[in-house]
Ligand binder design. Structure first.
Ligand code: HEC
Ligand code: HEC
Length: 327
C-alpha cells in the first residue's frame, strides 16, 4: 500500500491499517481524523496562507521562487530526532529569530538571503508547526487545493484585524526583500551611483509589480521624501510621528491599521541600517560627492539625506481590498 492510498482513505479500516503500518515501520504518519486536532490544523493552514505561502509558495515554478517551498523546509526540519516537539521548537526558534546561526538551510540563505523577521504569537506558530508536522506536503498525496477547501475560513464574517496585519506584513516584507536584493545587486555591480540610477528607474515599478502580483496596493512614503511622489499625506504623517516617538523612547515601532469602507490599510515602519547611509546619510561624507551630485541632479527637491542608523525612514503602506480577502 502506498502512502498516497493511506492518505486518501482517511477512515477505518484504512486509517487503522495506516496506523499499524506506521507503527511497524516506526515512521511518523499522522493518523488523520481520529487523533488530529482539526482546529489547530485549520489555524495552522490559515496562517500559512495569510503569512507564509506568498514567499514559500507551494506551487511556484522553480524560476519564480523567492524562498524555498514549505515542503522542502518540512523535509529538512524532520531530519534529526523527528519528534513533534523537536520540529515545533526548531521552527518556532527560527521564525522568532531568523539568524544565520538558527538557519539550517545554508543553500537557501545564500540563494534568497535570510528570511525577514515577522512577529507572531507563540500559539499561532505552534499551530503552523502542528499543521506542517502532520501534513505530508512533500509527498505526492498532498493537494494544496484540497486543503484550501478543507480549511478555508468559514462563513462570511469579517477577517480579523490580526489577519490583515499579517497578510499586509507579508506583502510589505516581500516587497522589501525584492527591493533590497535588487539594490544590493546594483551596489555590487556598479557602486552607489549605478544604484541611484537603478532606484530611480526600478523602485516604483517593482512596487507596482508586487502590487499586481499580490493583489494589494503597495507604496513607500516618507515625511522627508527623495522622490516627491513618495510624500506622506496627513494621515501617514500622523502615523510617522507616532512611530518616531516610539523609536525615540527606545520602543519597537509597531505597525498600524486603518479601516475604510472598501479597504483595510496597514502601515509598516521602514528603519535605516548602515547600508542605507551611503545614499541617505550625511551629505559629503557618508554620501560621496559624486553620488550626492547625481542625487541632486535626479531629485532637485531631495529631502532624504542626514539620516543615522536605526531611524524611521518612512512607511510601507499596504492597502488591501476587503471583499477579496474574505473569500
Ligand atoms: C517575505 C518572505 C517570507 C515570508 C513571508 C516567510 N518566509 Fe520563511 N523564509 C524566507 C526565505 C527567503 C528563507 C530562506 C533563507 C533562510 O533560511 O533564512 C526562509 C526560510 C524559512 C525557514 C527555514 C530556515 C532555515 O534555513 O533553517 C523556515 C522554517 C521558514 N522560513 C518558516 C516560515 C514560516 C513558518 C513563515 C510564515 C509564518 C514564513 N517562513 C514566512 C522568506 C519568507
Ligand atoms: C544607492 C542609493 C540608495 C541606497 C543605498 C538606499 N536608497 Fe533609498 N532611495 C534611493 C533613491 C534614488 C530613492 C528614490 C526612488 C524613487 O524615485 O522612487 C530612494 C527612496 C527611498 C524611499 C521612498 C521614499 C522617498 O524618499 O522617496 C525609502 C522609504 C527608502 N529609499 C529607504 C531606504 C532604506 C531603508 C535603505 C537602506 C536599507 C535605502 N533606502 C538605501 C537611493 C538609495
Amino acid at each position: 500500500m502506498t502512502r498516497q492510498n493511506c492518505f486518501n482513505t482517511r477512515r477505518v479500516p484504512g486509517a487503522l491499517l495506516a496506523t499499524a503500518l506506521a507503527a511497524t515501520l516506526g515512521v511518523a504518519v499522522a493518523n488523520a481524523e481520529e487523533t488530529l486536532d482539526e482546529s489547530a490544523m485549520a489555524t495552522g493552514f490559515q496562517t500559512l496562507e495569510s503569512a507564509c505561502f506568498t514567499c514559500h509558495s507551494p506551487d511556484a515554478a522553480p524560476a519564480d521562487r523567492i524562498a524555498p517551498p514549505m515542503a522542502a523546509i518540512r523535509h529538512r526540519y524532520l531530519m534529526g530526532n523527528g519528534s513533534f516537539e523537536a520540529f515545533r521548537r526548531d521552527l518556532v526558534n527560527f521564525v522568532n529569530d531568523p539568524s544565520a546561526t538558527n538557519a539550517r538551510m545554508r543553500g537557501a540563505v545564500n540563494r534568497f538571503g535570510l528570511m525577514p523577521k515577522l512577529s507572531f504569537d507563540e500559539a499561532t506558530l505552534d499551530a503552523v508547526a502542528y499543521y506542517l508536522y502532520y501534513t505530508p506536503l512533500d509527498r505526492p498525496g498532498w493537494s494544496y487545493a484540497r486543503d484550501r477547501a478543507r480549511y478555508a475560513a468559514r462563513g462570511a464574517g469579517p477577517v480579523t484585524t490580526q489577519d490583515y496585519l499579517r497578510y499586509g506584513q507579508q506583502v510589505a516584507m516581500q516587497t522589501k526583500t525584492e527591493l533590497g536584493s535588487n539594490l544590493k545587486k546594483a551596489l555590487k555591480e556598479g557602486g552607489p551611483e549605478h544604484a541611484v540610477t537603478f532606484c530611480k528607474a526600478r523602485a516604483q515599478p517593482i512596487a507596482a509589480e508586487m502590487s499586481a502580483k499580490l493583489d494589494a496596493s503597495i507604496r513607500r512614503v516618507s515625511d522627508r521624501p527623495r522622490n516627491p511622489a513618495n510624500a506622506a499625506d496627513a494621515e501617514e504623517l500622523a502615523i510617522i510621528r507616532e512611530l518616531q516617538g516610539a523609536l525615540a523612547a527606545g520602543e519597537k515601532p509597531a505597525p498600524a491599521l486603518r479601516e475604510r469602507d472598501d479597504e483595510v490599510v496597514a502601515y509598516y515602519p521602514i528603519v535605516t541600517n548602515g547600508m542605507c547611509l551611503q545614499c541617505h546619510g550625511k551629505a559629503g561624507s557618508e554620501i560621496s560627492p559624486a553620488t550626492l551630485a547625481l542625487i541632486k541632479q535626479e531629485y532637485p527637491d531631495d529631502k532624504a539625506t542626514g539620516y543615522g542608523p536605526d531611524e524611521l525612514r518612512g512607511l510601507f503602506v499596504v492597502a488591501m481590498h476587503r471583499a477579496k480577502h474574505e473569500d
